[in-house]
Ligand binder design. Sequence first.
Ligand SMILES: NC(=O)c1ccc[n+]([C@@H]2O[C@H](COP(=O)([O-])OP(=O)(O)OC[C@H]3O[C@@H](n4cnc5c(N)ncnc54)[C@H](O)[C@@H]3O)[C@@H](O)[C@H]2O)c1
Length: 339
Amino acid sequence: MSGRRILITGGAGFVGQHLAQALSDDGSDEVTLLDNLSRGVRDEDLAALTRRPNVRLSVGDLRDAAVWDQLEGGYDEVYHLAAVIGVRNVVERPAEVIRTNALSTLHLLDWFVDGGGRKVLFSSTSEAYAWTQHFHDLPVPTPEDSPLSLTELSDPRSSYAGSKIFGELAITQFCRAAGKPFVIVRYHNVYGPRMGNEHVIPELFLRALSGQDPLTVYSVEHRRAFCYVSDAVAATVAAMREPAAEGLTVNVGNDREEITIGELAERLLRHAGIEATISAKEAASDPVKRRCPDLTRARNLLGYEPKVMLDDGLERTLAWYAERRGSERQSPDQSMYVA
Ligand SMILES: NC(=O)c1ccc[n+]([C@@H]2O[C@H](COP(=O)([O-])OP(=O)(O)OC[C@H]3O[C@@H](n4cnc5c(N)ncnc54)[C@H](O)[C@@H]3O)[C@@H](O)[C@H]2O)c1
């Protein structure tokens, strides 16, 4: 099928911009990015993307029902990526995280089931099962059918995971009730160029570049499996387009190269050609010691296989940050981000 009309909410953000790039590459589909630019920015990457004749940026706040009233319908594919994310937001503005993530999803669903689109994809996160893992020892690699839970609700860290569990629930029940096709992807530590500065990779790199020695590294013993953004994008498009994935949740990540955060920091310093010692600290906001997705479903249903290994992905990511150092959108002075 060609000549699709595609909507990406949060399309000016990290994953959204890479996804839009991939979807608009051959020029046959029309891609609309809907974003309020609260985190996505009009940088040169977004400008190059929106110069393509088949890509347009629509600026609007998804919490505002009027934005949805004015949005045309009939999209073939709707990728719902917009959300407020990041440890700083979660800890300092939990009510805003809940308001944005819940309202944007509810408004989207009302619009979607009323003729907005044919099929919708919801972007969830490994954080949806993080507290189950913390309290109940889930298997790692972790499959999609693990129970989802939260810590006590007075803890602001429940806001992001809670909003994403709510989003999964809302997408599932609204679409089932309306007989509309949907799919949920759960991203696991996606990284790459233009991911903002709050994620562990750019944050460590920018502090190392600025000469921090010893380099403070949080949760050095924690194990993660990092997924380069082009792999995440390939899995996202495959999940949207594979009929066998309809109505299901699919893990998206890279299970081929688990690594401790301490090893990641060493590898990153090596790639950057920087000599620094590492000063290990515990991150107060990170309850998960080991995280790795079970990709059986993605492999079996989507034919997905992560292709970009960490050395290659780090090389590409650090090159992007080194080139744009100083023109970034957030200060690197943040505690470690894990999404
Ligand atoms: N990056 C990861 O590793 C990761 C991991 C797990 C889940 N996810 C999920 O994937 C999605 C995309 O993540 P990302 O890393 O690209 O995040 P991002 O912050 O770069 O992109 C989100 C975009 O949503 C936009 N947005 C926020 N509030 C909005 C509003 N009220 N109206 C309109 N637009 C709004 C922001 O401006 C931003 O451009 C998110 O839903 C996130 O929860 C990402």
